[in-house]
Design a protein around this ligand. Structure first.
Ligand SMILES: NC(=O)c1ccc[n+]([C@@H]2O[C@H](COP(=O)([O-])OP(=O)(O)OC[C@H]3O[C@@H](n4cnc5c(N)ncnc54)[C@H](O)[C@@H]3O)[C@@H](O)[C@H]2O)c1
Length: 330
């Protein structure tokens, strides 16, 4: 299906990019990882089987050269600044998340690449977005990160209608799993698990009442692969549901797997603010039963497998125990 061409993953050594690359490599695809800060640790096991390019999505020429040099046939665009970083560095976030997405679309149009998969987020919605949320709901994001995701959706849909680009997008719930790094509000749901399995104190930067709509990275990457592989799609924008999880319930489940877990809460005001917005959104989703609506996307044959908090904790802990050496190294 790749016609001998390679798949370019922007942000490819990041959390989702690395998990995605691993699955693509297992299936025999040629994969190019384009990343401003290539992180060898997250791809330790596959680093000899992928091409790694250090580059900035805000740099159009670097992207265009990479596409030509590696005979790229399609792009999965994951590179972005995430919520908390975007809130504190607006101009850089604009350059990376909005200009960067424009650069991808333009480079693909000019190189004749037809398929681009874009990772949007439930942060495209905000407390003023009308309920229930669905693919065509008016979006009114509450964060600059959400604004940048909406811009990417609108730009990509425009390129589809005007230039015939096969733009495919999914608004993901919050993705958790091994290898998640950074200091964002949602990172807290991942990092402490790794820390406690590796017998370190697990630090959580959000208040204990925080609730998020969660999807495990294995489910998220299966969804992205299914979206990328589908021969055709009727909808440009898809939604992923997830499991609504309160951090304190998740901690309890993790403690069943790791009884000696030492978990500590530390507050950071910017993170707390972002976590507050997420908690409000999740509460709205739960009240309307919305988080369960998008647990299956029939059109591409995808279904959420890790669908409760117990499975989330068990799956997460097992993967770190099975790959202790890799996750200890960074
Ligand atoms: N993690 C989540 O919960 C979640 C939820 C919904 C959507 N998403 C989207 O998924 C994508 C990947 O998220 P992630 O969790 O893997 O984040 P991540 O921070 O782990 O990975 C992003 C990668 O992009 C790279 N990058 C940053 N700026 C770049 C630039 N200018 N040029 C090239 N590379 C650059 C980083 O070095 C990093 O490796 C993002 O677009 C994010 O908005 C993530």
């Amino acid at each position: 299906m790749s016609n001998g061409k390679s798949v370019l993953i922007t942000g490819g050594t990041g959390f989702i990019g690395a998990h995605l690359a691993r699955k693509l490599i297992r299936e025999g695809y040629d994969v190019v990882l384009f990343d401003l800060y290539p992180n060898p640790h997250g791809i330790e096991d596959i680093k000899d089987r992928v091409k790694i390019v250090e580059g900035d999505v805000a740099d159009y020429n670097a992207l265009a050269e990479t596409i030509e040099r590696f005979n790229v046939g399609s792009v999965i665009h994951t590179a972005a600044m995430l919520s908390v970083a975007a809130a504190t560095e607006l101009r850089t976030a604009y350059n990376v998340n909005i200009d960067g997405t424009f650069n991808i679309l333009e480079a693909c149009r000019i190189a004749g690449i037809d398929k681009v998969v874009f990772l949007s987020s439930l942060a495209a919605f905000g407390p003023n977005s009308p309920f229930p949320f669905h693919e065509a709901t008016y979006r009114e994001p509450a964060s600059f990160y959400g604004v940048s995701k909406v811009c990417g959706e609108v730009l990509g849909t425009f390129y589809h209608h005007t230039h015939g680009l096969d733009f495919r997008c999914v608004r993901l719930a919050v993705v958790i799993g091994p290898g998640r790094r950074g200091k964002g509000a949602t990172v807290s749901f991942s990092k402490f698990v790794e820390e406690v399995v590796l017998e370190k104190p697990g630090v959580i930067l959000v208040p204990d009442y925080t609730i998020l709509p969660i999807i495990h990275v294995d489910d998220a990457t299966d969804l992205l692969l299914a979206l990328w592989k589908a021969d055709s799609v009727d909808k440009r924008i898809h939604m992923s549901g997830g499991v609504s999880v309160a951090i304190e319930d998740f901690v309890s489940e993790v403690k069943k797997q790791v009884p000696k877990a030492d978990v500590r809460y530390e507050m950071d005001s910017t993170v707390e603010e972002v976590a507050g917005t997420w908690t409000l959104l999740t509460t709205m989703l739960v009240q309307q039963g919305q988080e369960k609506v998008y647990r299956e996307i029939e059109e591409i044959g995808w279904k959420l497998m890790i669908d409760d908090v117990e499975k989330l904790a068990a799956h997460f802990v097992k993967e770190i125990k099975d790959n202790r050496e890799m996750y200890s190294s960074y």
